[in-house]
Design a protein around this ligand. Structure first.
Ligand SMILES: [Fe+2]
Length: 247
């Protein structure tokens, strides 16, 4: 499986704080069946000041540590970009790492605030799409406003956004409401990608297998493979020399 959303780099956001913790998380991911992980540290002005350049360097460093430790996990990088009014500037400054390009659009992991959807978000999404940037919205099922009214996602879907579910939401780890929304989106076949959003070795582990099995049981194994393997492989194809997956 390919994990498109996880926090594995040490000391740069609310993921692992030390190299040892990072390596432990990578071991957990591999044991769970992950072969490729795209690290997605937060880019959140005023909170997590990461950039494409800094993330690329940190990713290379961790990859060489994994080689030294014989951990068979291929890393790529992007970022979880917080929706703020600074995104346009960040794009202009080339500070945002994208996953890769699909059908002429650079794919960007976009994070809404957890509590609500900021008025004007639709305009920002329209600006991004006009600049050939397609948002993959991070865990919409965990947004408190979406939990109350799933229809709030519709304008974003119609504008061209793709949706990323968090594995733990599917299996109930983020509560009943998030699980309910996750399954409604799965029933509507509105989900592009399933990812771990792993942060630590405790409650927020990297790994997809439990949710993979739940989705395979309920919606079929082909769906589970599409969300964890086929679509992610297309999105990050440019990041790996060999074909990341036998699709
Ligand atoms: Fe995240």
């Amino acid at each position: 499986m390919i994990d498109l959303h996880c926090h594995l780099l040490p000391g740069i956001d609310d993921g692992p704080q030390t190299l040892e913790e990072s390596i432990e998380l990578c071991r957990i991911a591999v044991a769970d069946g992950v072969t490729h992980a795209i690290v997605t540290p937060h880019i959140h002005p005023g909170r997590w000041e990461n950039t494409r350049q800094s993330i690329e360097q940190d990713c290379e460093n961790l990859q060489s540590e994994l080689l030294k430790n014989n951990i068979p996990l291929q890393l790529g990088f992007a970022a979880e970009v917080r929706l703020t009014d600074q995104i346009m500037q960040q794009v202009d400054n080339d500070e945002i790492p994208f996953y890769g390009e699909v059908d002429g659009y650079n794919i960007m992991l976009l994070e809404f605030p957890h509590g609500h959807i900021i008025p004007g978000s639709d305009k920002l999404v329209a600006w991004l799409m006009k600049h050939n940037i397609r948002p993959l919205i991070a865990h919409p099922e965990r947004n408190k406003q979406v939990m109350k009214d799933i229809e709030l996602l519709q304008p974003f879907i119609e504008a061209g956004c793709w949706l990323q579910l968090t594995a733990g939401s599917v299996t109930g780890g983020f509560g009943e409401q998030a699980q309910h929304i996750a399954h409604q989106l799965l029933q509507d076949d509105a989900v592009a990608v399933l990812a771990s959003d792993g942060h630590n070795a405790r409650a927020r582990q990297p790994g997809l297998k439990q949710a993979f099995n739940a989705i395979a049981g309920q919606y079929g194994v082909e769906r589970a493979r599409r969300l964890t393997l086929h679509t992610p492989a297309v999105i990050v194809a440019s990041q790996f020399e060999e074909q990341a997956v036998a699709v």
